[in-house]
Design a protein around this ligand. Structure first.
Ligand SMILES: [Zn+2]
Length: 127
């Protein structure tokens, strides 16, 4: 394994033990140790759970803002009646909100989400 010393704070790897050269964290851990790799996986898991919650909130907010924004557009409600009849209890509007939220979440996940330890594989080996 090249660069087996890993910084838990930033994920940087280096060839020798000691202070992290990337962020200055005082110590690096030996990724050749099973327990260290398990810790790295737990850190990534905890970060991804926290991130998921935040991304979901952003997605729902974007969906609501876009749809409620559309309601303010003159002619939007007439169009809804003409192009298609609409669904009871504004169900079509709720579905549109959910679709926009889902798309936003997928877009953020695909473009902005980075793992701290991207080189750690699921079977806890490293590339
Ligand atoms: Zn670091």
């Amino acid at each position: 394994m090249t660069d087996p010393w890993v910084c838990i704070d930033c994920g940087a790897r280096q060839d020798a033990r000691g202070k992290c050269r990337a962020c200055g964290h005082e110590d690096t851990l030996d990724a050749q140790d099973d327990k260290v790799r398990e810790l790295m996986r737990d850190v990534d898991l905890r970060l991804s759970l926290r991130r998921e919650g935040r991304i979901r909130v952003v997605g729902v907010a974007v969906g609501m803002i876009v749809v409620i924004g559309l309601w303010m557009v003159p002619g939007y409600w007439d169009l809804r009646g003409r192009v298609y009849p609409g669904l009871p209890l504004l169900a079509d509007q709720w579905m549109l909100m959910a679709a926009i939220a889902f798309g936003t979440i997928k877009l953020i996940e695909a473009n902005l989400v980075h793992k701290r330890f991207p080189y750690l594989r699921d079977d806890l080996t490293m590339s």
